[in-house]
Design a protein around this ligand. Structure first.
Ligand code: CA
Length: 292
């Protein structure tokens, strides 16, 4: 009873929009011409720009915002992938020359679960570069230098083509202990089920709050996710100090998913910093005194 109440308290503060987005039930945006801006109740198309060149990044930001797109920018491939996973953009505009990623590798990585348009911009003009990017999963390609109007027209065309099937892909299911966690279908099922195909599959129920936390961690395998980021994303601004919420819900997640909740192998605490989902291949047991 106490647990149930404690879960309800913070869960109530999650906006229905956030939960809808996390469940992949987000409403499609509406296209109202150049800016996609419609009545206030209709959300704007969300564009992720991955570009390390500061001036071009700034020019794109200004032009896209002037046309009322909801814009976010990343200067590295690593940040770009993290933003794409957490914010689910409707389209990605990508520079092929990134400081930490080959652009084509970035596309391959993103396309493992991201289905919406990717538009590449690059100074590389050889047909081989274009073919490589398009074969990796890009939808379109503009060669630098380009007129901003051309890029915007290509973006509108890509969004129009994509409209009507804006169901976003999810990362593939992951295995934690005996359980298979599928973010796409929001189901946790036994990973080691050995019964007949007709046998009912054992499932595990997670609360909306537990799903929200788990989703943020699983979308960043191996990466530290800060407590403040988790608290803000799940409970909202103003909850950054409520680390007790995280301790409570992480303990519950471990009790449900980990084979030994006192020596977690996948849902790890980084004391004073945050939490980390450690995938199976490099899972390491954690000192029980450090888990909280
Ligand atoms: Ca560059």
């Amino acid at each position: 009873m106490i647990e149930a109440m404690a879960d309800l308290l913070p869960a109530r503060t999650i906006s229905s929009t956030c939960l809808q987005e996390r469940r992949g039930e987000r409403q499609p945006f509406r296209d109202y011409g150049d800016g996609l801006a419609g009545p206030d109740r209709v959300r704007r198309a969300r564009i992720l720009v991955v570009e390390d060149h500061v001036e071009l990044q700034r020019a794109l930001l200004i032009n896209l915002r002037a046309r009322r797109y909801d814009v976010m920018v990343a200067r590295t491939g690593r940040d770009g992938l993290a933003l794409a996973a957490s914010r689910r953009p409707d389209a990605v505009i990508l520079d092929l020359g990134l400081p930490d990623f080959d652009g084509t590798d970035f596309i391959v990585e993103l396309r493992r679960w991201y289905l919406s348009p990717i538009i590449v911009m690059s100074g590389r003009t050889s047909p081989g570069d274009k073919i490589g990017a398009l074969d990796a999963g890009a939808d379109d390609y503009v060669t630098k230098p380009f007129a901003i109007d051309e890029l915007l027209a290509r973006l509108r065309a890509a969004l129009r083509r994509d409209k009507g099937h804006v169901t976003h892909g999810q990362p593939p299911p992951v295995v934690i202990g005996r359980w298979r966690v599928d973010l796409g279908s929001h189901q946790v099922t036994r990973a080691d089920a050995a019964g007949a195909p007709s046998d009912p599959v054992e499932t595990l129920r997670l609360t909306p709050t537990e799903w929200a936390i788990l989703e943020l961690l699983l979308q960043r395998p191996g990466q530290l996710v800060g407590s403040a980021q988790l608290l803000t994303s799940v409970w909202g601004p103003g909850f950054q100090q409520r680390t007790n919420y995280l301790r409570f819900h992480m303990a519950r997640l471990r009790r449900k998913l980990e084979d030994n909740p006192h020596r977690p192998r996948h849902l790890l605490t980084e004391p004073g910093m945050g939490y980390r989902y450690q995938p199976e291949a490099r899972a390491r047991p954690q000192n029980p005194t450090r888990s909280s």
